[in-house]
Design a protein around this ligand. Structure first.
Ligand code: A2P
Length: 347
């Protein structure tokens, strides 16, 4: 029979997107349980034409649950992810709590679907409980874009700069951007609940904790998660990756500028053909009209958009390429990727 699905953090930006994506993709659901904090208990959320009432998340929330989609932050995942597994559920966790844990698959379905099969976790008649981690949103969007190229000619080095949307910091951050924009237009920005800096009409270094080496945690996630997803953790010649992560006043789609150095020859045309043919990505690369991907193109879309594919003039011909990608942070960066993982589990 169809699985009993629970959404942990159902009232959040990603939680609400889970509901939309599950409905749109007609994911098989026997029963749907919506979980959030005590503040949201009793609140109703729409699932297609149905209205479902939120319940308070507790240790006992997972009785009979087959699939639990977690997106309520790392501390909730750490505390209750294992409880859900003990109750027999497969957990797909959107937080960073278990991403780098050995034995926990970290999966982008277009890139490393095989990691799930290897982990011996499954839904259905052969239900085997366990945790699967959904990667960091910027990592997902970057790897969906570069993987088709990397599979053809290995990437030796990748330099990425991000332009990250408010949604990555949750629904409250999206409201703060809206509120500050209103305040700025009216005279003075006074709301600063989520970010330490003015966000409207500004940008700033990513708000994740700064590390002693000068990188923030978001940037290091992009490095370490890339190696795990590509299966390079043990490799001596793993891809060299360096990232700079910036928060920009965009609502819900991330953009990334990516510079690639290949271990071989990759031409612009070859790259364009590979992206055009790959799942999960679409080209917007029209030089004549100066038309390239924007966050607004990407928002509410499943595909990530890639453009500005061009030779890196600082390198010998065929060795280096630059490109620009935009992807919906809430969707492919979080909810969609997790549901695609769940779909692989059902198969
Ligand atoms: P709530 O709306 O009741 O606070 P976002 O990432 O958009 O900020 O959303 C976070 C999600 O995690 C929300 O659904 C929020 O529920 C939920 N959440 C936050 N803290 C807790 C908690 N202590 N217990 C259960 N759910 C929580």
């Amino acid at each position: 029979s169809a699985p009993h699905v629970a959404i942990v953090g159902a009232t959040g930006a990603v939680g609400e997107e889970f509901l939309r994506v599950l409905k749109q993709r007609n994911f098989p659901i026997g029963k749907l349980t919506l979980l959030a904090s005590a503040r949201s208990a009793g609140k109703t959320l729409k699932f297609g034409d149905d209205e479902i009432t939120c319940e308070e998340l507790t240790e006992d929330s997972f009785k009979g649950v087959d699939l639990a989609l977690f997106s309520a932050g790392g501390s909730i995942s750490k505390k209750l992810g294992p409880a859900a597994v003990d109750a027999g559920a497969v957990v797909v966790d959107n937080s960073s709590a278990f991403r780098m844990t050995q034995g926990v698959p970290l999966v982008v379905p277009e890139v490393n679907p095989g990691a799930i099969a290897e982990a011996n976790i499954g839904l259905g008649s052969d239900n085997v409980a366990g945790i699967i981690a959904n990667p960091n949103c910027s990592t997902i969007i970057m790897l969906v874009a570069i993987n088709p190229l990397h599979q053809a000619v290995p990437v030796k080095r990748m330099i990425v700069s991000t332009y990250q949307a408010a949604s990555g910091a949750g629904a409250a951050a999206m409201r703060e951007l809206e509120q500050q924009t209103r305040e700025a237009l009216e005279g003075e920005v006074t709301t600063k609940d989520i970010f330490p800096f003015q966000y409207a009409f500004n940008l700033f270094s990513h708000n994740s904790p700064m590390q002693p080496n000068g990188y923030n945690q978001e940037e290091l996630k992009m490095v370490h998660e890339t190696h795990k997803i590509l299966g390079q953790v043990e490799d001596a010649d793993k891809m060299a990756v360096s990232a700079t992560c910036i928060r920009v006043p965009v609502m819900r789609a991330h953009a990334e500028s990516i510079n690639l150095t290949f271990d071989g020859t990759m031409t612009e045309d070859q790259a364009r053909d590979l992206i055009a043919a790959a799942p999960g990505v679409s080209l917007i690369d029209d030089r004549d009209n100066n038309r390239f991907p924007t966050p607004l193109d990407a928002q509410h879309q499943d595909d990530c958009y890639v453009g500005r594919i061009r030779r890196d003039l600082s390198q010998p011909e065929g060795v280096g390429l630059d490109l620009f990608v935009c992807g919906d942070q809430v969707r492919k960066g979080a909810a969609l990727n997790a549901v695609q993982i769940a779909e692989l589990l059902v198969k």
